[in-house]
Design a protein around this ligand. Sequence first.
Ligand code: F0G
Length: 460
Amino acid sequence: MNDNLHQLRCFGCSARIRGEQAGATFRCAECGDLFEVEYPGWGLGSKSDGRPNTDRPNAGALKWLWRERRASGELLDHSGVWRFRELLPVLNSFGNAVTLREGNTPLYHLPRAAKALGVDQLYAKHQGMNPTGSFKDTGMTAALSVAKERGFEWVACASTGNTSAAMAAYAARAGMKCLVLIPQGKIAWGKLAQAMDYGAVTCQLNTDFDGCVNVLSTIVQEAPIYLLNSVNPYRLEGQKTPAIEIAEYFDWSVPEHILVPGGNLANSSALGKGFREMKALGLISRLPKISVVQAAGANPLAASFALNDGQSIEPVHANTRATAIRIGNPASWRKAAQVIHETGGWCLDVTEAEIAVAKAELGREGIGCEPASAVTLAGLKKLVARGDVAPSDTVVLLLTGHTLKDADYTIDFHRGTLLRPEETIGLAPEINALRRNAIEIEASPTAVLKALVEIQGGWA
Ligand code: F0G
């Protein structure tokens, strides 16, 4: 069966090419911009000769089919990406899909944070609950499957850690070889451990993420290695599926706001594409406002919005403890800026202390996440304070990574060694109230009970 109905459109000059024509770095030969997957059959209600366009998916039929698949025994239907495969027909045969049962991630209610913020409905879509612990799995199942179908033996990525963990796992499942380039000393141990465990060839380079990207772009032009960074447009096809899961959860009415962390800015672009396509196909009737939150030390898009409404970008030398988003020259910034403009969202940044507090507050609700994910709650506080989010609005935070990816960060926070005193100015009381360092104590019931009484002031 030939399921493949896509072409690639340049985001800059709109040049269109067939999927196989893309160069090794996925940059347009005409203008150097990135590509986006498009499905020509979806655009029109009827063909140029007046016959009905049977390629265009029918919204009602899709909703029914996707619900039916929840009870299916088929491996592909168990994937929260491929269950929606009609919206990502990028393979010649879906039988080539490499899946680890990704997607199907929980949408948690956050009643305490909602109450504290005065927002009625606040949820976290936890993409850290994917097979390798981050949202990257949804994109990786799509793009690595394309690599496999096209006959590549090697795949590669530059990464702040999560992409490499996901790529290494999916490559191992597919029996493919993979090369990982990571910035030395600037990725969380959990992620490095994963790449090693899944058998990647891992090179720690004496540079940052942006430097790793540059090195890899030369390598893929000199060797038959398939690039799996998010400049690869197939990654975004998988990463748009959480948008479908969110819409399905709300019975095809969408929340008012979605907040997404911004690093290389592919995820916000992908979610925006997902909602845009669902609206074009009649699955939903309006778009949520999509806002991107960056760390203040790695904020090129937030700075660009503050300066010129996202018209141009000035790369920065990135520095943040949220190492996942320690990116100074984001590849997909134009796509993300378009999503923010089109949906009426905002781009903002938050400080190191604000990130740490937000992460600990989510933890207190039983929802662990990576520091990079917690920027969303920190950003929401600012949007609420500015009056951009109304109390009656429904808000979804995209949590992108699992808390165990970066346990060092969490332990440093609770031990009080994460932040310098000058970074905590204004937030010290909140930080002290949230910290729960382990108590080193004598091995006796009396000593433990005494400590409990000291903490909670006696028993009722
Ligand atoms: N959150 C986490 C946990 C991430 O790992 C990343 C990106 C982001 C947010 C930002 O997403 O780049 O699409 O804007 N991590 C990449 C990596 C760059 O190599 O794992 P983005």
